[in-house]
Design a binder for this molecule. Structure first.
Ligand code: SF4
Ligand code: SF4
Length: 361
């Protein structure tokens, strides 16, 4: 496992003869040319090999109850250390976490070798979790599949240290990624944002609800403890019939006892004009879930989508020197001996691409 910041080869990559690479971590299955980054911005093709830019780069840490995820039926009295990086494979219009989930500024700086973001090795992360006395580590704040290489390395060390692992997801994830993570992830807390095709199209043009539901079902088949969550947004997904339909899907595919959490929307970003969800709607949604035959339905009038947490700086949780944690990160791997200029658009800015459009390397 890397002990200083560097690009790490993406695990589920499929090189093509012409130098393009397909990323099979999430269902975007981005096909990338040299110098291009995937939709999540966290993976880059360098000369026919795909690398993760964000391995070990931590945007946020928080110690909290597992019930905040929300997870109620797995070690319900336990504490977790929640961590996240930068980049997401969705673009939700009500995301509270744009600097983290879209991560453009942070990931651009990494691509240029100018980042001062915190780099934390998997061993340091697990040591930090043990120091804070938590029982598990939760990967959250944006879709963890986009830094799966780090998630896997931390999870292996966490299990060896007696900690459990939680993966908070939008479930737009491939079966291959689920199979890779299943031995190392104990709990999946997954969004089912809506049953409407239009809803998913708006936040991720290539997604379908069937893909998301299929991924959740596959995680359960692989033996991961699954709990689901729907964040109810006024006028967007608050139709009680549709909410009852989500509950019926859970009942039929995950079992009548499978926990379903209904959480409250708070206005943000492009949905700032909408009001917060009324508590009465949360109660009605939960009642619709119970009427559909689900036994463990939880209406939350106090918590929202998991990405909405305010966090202390990463350095506040670490015993490491804050200055050392935030020194400039340039990839230490020999493949990138080019002053950290990793992406085609930056090569162009730096005058490294001749007018013909071909690269100098
Ligand atoms: S993880 Fe990123 S690069 Fe890979 S398929 Fe998904 S969006 Fe594309
Ligand atoms: S709400 Fe969650 S899934 Fe959507 S963009 Fe934000 S972090 Fe990603």
């Amino acid at each position: 496992m890397p002990t200083s910041y560097q690009l790490v080869e993406t695990q589920l990559q499929q090189p093509l003869e012409n130098g393009d690479v397909v990323c099979n971590l999430c269902l975007w299955r981005c096909r990338l040319r040299h110098g291009q980054r995937g939709f999540c911005q966290a993976h880059v093709n360098r000369n026919g090999t795909l690398y993760n830019l964000s391995y070990g780069i931590v945007s946020a840490i928080e110690v909290e109850s597992i019930r905040n995820k929300p997870v109620y039926h797995y070690r319900p009295d336990s504490q977790v250390m929640s961590i996240g990086s930068y980049g997401c494979n969705f673009r939700c219009k009500g995301c509270h976490n744009l600097e983290i989930s879209w991560g453009v500024e942070a990931l651009d700086k990494l691509a240029r070798g100018q980042s001062r973001e915190a780099f934390i090795t998997p061993a340091q992360m697990v040591e930090t979790a043990l120091k804070h006395g938590v029982d598990g580590i939760a990967f959250t704040y944006s879709e963890p599949a986009v830094w799966l290489e780090y998630v896997l390395d931390v999870s292996k060390l966490a299990h060896a240290a007696g900690l459990f692992t939680v993966y908070v997801s939008n479930s737009f994830v491939t079966d291959e990624a689920l199979e890779l993570m299943a031995p190392h992830i104990d709990v999946l807390c997954s969004d089912i944002k809506s049953l409407s095709a239009e809803f998913y199209k708006e936040i991720c043009p290539v997604s379908t609800i069937d893909q998301v539901l299929g991924s959740i079902r596959r995680a359960a088949e692989l033996g991961i403890h699954v709990e689901t969550r729907t964040n109810v947004i006024p006028t967007r997904n608050d139709n009680l019939e549709e909410l009852a339909g989500i509950a019926a899907w859970i009942r039929d595919n995950l079992g009548a006892e499978s926990p379903w959490h209904v959480t409250k929307f708070y206005p943000a970003y492009q949905l700032s004009h909408l009001p917060a969800t009324e508590n009465a709607i949360i109660d009605q949604a939960a009642a619709a879930g119970r009427a559909a035959g689900l036994i463990n339905v939880y209406g939350h009038t106090d918590i929202s989508c998991d990405c909405a947490t305010e966090n202390a700086p990463v350095s506040a949780w670490m015993e490491l020197d804050a200055d050392a944690l935030n020194t400039v990160k340039a990839c230490a791997a020999p493949c990138c001996g080019d002053e950290g200029i990793l992406v085609k658009k930056f090569e162009r800015e730096a005058g490294l691409v001749p007018a013909t459009g071909t690269t100098t390397r």
